[in-house]
Design a protein around this ligand. Sequence first.
Ligand SMILES: NC(=O)c1ccc[n+]([C@@H]2O[C@H](COP(=O)([O-])OP(=O)(O)OC[C@H]3O[C@@H](n4cnc5c(N)ncnc54)[C@H](OP(=O)(O)O)[C@@H]3O)[C@@H](O)[C@H]2O)c1
Length: 278
Amino acid sequence: MTTTVLITGTSSGIGLTTAIAAAKAGWQVVATMRDTGKATALRDAAATAGVTDLIDIRALDVIDAEAAAACVDGVVQDYGRLDAVINNAGAGHLGTLEQESIDDVRAVFEVNFFGVLNVSKAALPHLRASAGRLLAVTSVGGVVGQPFNEAYCAAKFAVEGFYESLAPLAAAHGVRVSVIEPGAVASEFVGNVGFDPAQTEAFGPYAPQLRNYLTRTAGAFANAQTSEGAADAIVAVLTDEKPAFRVQTSDVARTFSGAKLADLDGSVVQNLTATWIS
Ligand SMILES: NC(=O)c1ccc[n+]([C@@H]2O[C@H](COP(=O)([O-])OP(=O)(O)OC[C@H]3O[C@@H](n4cnc5c(N)ncnc54)[C@H](OP(=O)(O)O)[C@@H]3O)[C@@H](O)[C@H]2O)c1
């Protein structure tokens, strides 16, 4: 029996490499992306890996709840089952509350939080039928709040809170729920934030802290995990008999998330992230 996994946001980065790794592990992959005109990189990678036949590329913008439901239904119609979903689509955002609108924050939640819910809601009945797996790629930023990432981290925290609450109920019906927490990963993520350092002065009183933050972040991304490394950790969750609820994709991510999870009064994280901007 071939098992089927639907992955969101596979035009680049972790989604693309996870689609390839899952196909290499024998899964039938439904690789979704909001613009299938951007599928060349995935198609080329699939051809190189010899898994073209196991990668079915379909359009899905996760913000569109009706499209998410139609996409999931189409997969079940065509393959007869859905065994796993990897909510990978997401986008970073650099800002701070005084310098952005509430609509900016809402937009960050639309893709990073409500997008995950749209796909999860559509998939759950089918995952119950297959005793399947429901994954979301959150971030260490879903555990540790980080300066200039208020909206992004809040959206990722929201996914973690939603899934942590859902997990025991889903498990009672045979569905395993996990959150995947990468640290810095080499992908299109930073470029897709679309931040031009020339905009730094527009942050007014916060510009000095932003400059320090950008320097620190460049250092972290200079040592980023590869997308392939993150993908291997995700595919391991698909096949693990008893997958953990919370999975970090690297030792760096484990140390960072671990600091927060053992930080009962919040002081460890506050002292750490304060050094990023001073
Ligand atoms: N890279 C990191 O350092 C890092 C660290 C922790 C967590 N993460 C998380 O990992 C996940 C993958 O990110 P990545 O690093 O692989 O970055 P990426 O290369 O920018 O990939 C993000 C993917 O999400 C897609 N996407 C964005 N908005 C979408 C929407 N409305 N509907 C469907 N797809 C959408 C993008 O598609 P388009 O090409 O159409 O924009 C792209 O395929 C994200 O959830 C991100 O938050 C990344």
